[in-house]
Unconditional design. Sequence first.
Length: 451
Amino acid sequence: MKKRMIALLMMSALVFGTGGCGGTGEMPEPASPEQGSDSSADGQTEADPENTGEGETEADRSVLSGTLEVWSSGEELGRFVEGFQAAYPDVTVNITVVPNEDFVAKLTPTLAGGQGAPDVFTGESDYVKYLVESGFWDDLEGAPYHADTSDMWEYVASVGRDSGGTLRALSWQASPGSVMYRRDMARDVLGTDDPEKVAEMINSDEAMLDVAARLKEKGIKMFASWQDILNMQFSNRSNPWVADNRLVIDESMLSFMDMAKTITENGYDLGVDPWAPEWSAAVESDDTFCYVLPSWGYQFVVKPSADTTKGEWAMCQGAVPYVKGGTWVGIYKDSPNKDLAWAFMEYCCLNSEAQKAYGAEYGEYVSLKSADKALAEQDGEEVLGGQNPFAFYNSQMEKLPADLMTAYDGTINNAFLSAAKDYATGVKSKEEALDAFKADVANAYPEITVE
């Protein structure tokens, strides 16, 4: 199965991989795996220059020296390097950035061959479960690591566990989602802009469609794109895509197809794909009510684009609490530098002070409860009319459903989106679209039973 998955996983990067880990939707310029890039010498900012690690003495740190090789699909890990090297001055961290769409295809043969393999490497949400189950990542609860995840949001840690319960990966981030809506439009059409009251009005798929009809009477589109709602819909399921080696199409996904068609036929969205120019421009428009996006959607879509609409945005819960996207990181099982690798991973993923500094500087939601709760006590965001996004996201993380991610998700997600689009736009009937979806899954993964 691994060879087949290597070829297929990277096909899923455009819609569900784009920005899913807190990225901007544009792939960073990669350094080739042969060259590498030393983030400490490339103007990376310092996450926590004074923190010297938790539970270690100066003598402990003085014995750590050498060079650590890290492969990442994004640039975020590099933001921790300066602070880490302030704590571990004799450790050099080289971070090689490989674009997400090429990452598994470049990584897997390198690990299999054992030559030039990184000590630490990341895994995006669409394929992290493949890596978790691959056997390439070491057991982080065994010696010499003994990882303590008691301060980490349970969802984040659970994704890093393999099917046998072994902890293979951690993360410095989490990606809970929201419905980001316009306060001014809510006041005009709904009579309130209060997040809790708006949440009550859109607390189911049916309720969202009712509000969409009311907005349409005022010439306002409810959604930037119905495709965004899939970010939330994946958390509305009772079953994963694959269980007992069989394809499972959850009833909620069938209902979502009908919702997508209703939105399309009634003109409740802009009729464009995510990341289209019209989709991005909707932040400043006078005819689009909301985006349904994970935390990176505020960080990279709404916040930097809100100018005349600054102060007129807010976050609330939609039909269900949800999370979508993220990046995990683990240690190569045959790394000769496991002590250095663990020092770096522990600093990024389990050091609350480092994460607080990181979250405060970059606005990214982080994986440790103590850090997020401290950040929730800070001032709110001007763009959000004073609302603190960390406080909102904390409330969502406490209500998240169980992790339903599988090693097949990237490819199956994209196949389902294609089927839903064909049905929503009238290209195929629902039955025809589902038949095509099943055929795509069967072709991609012959070992899965498709009925």
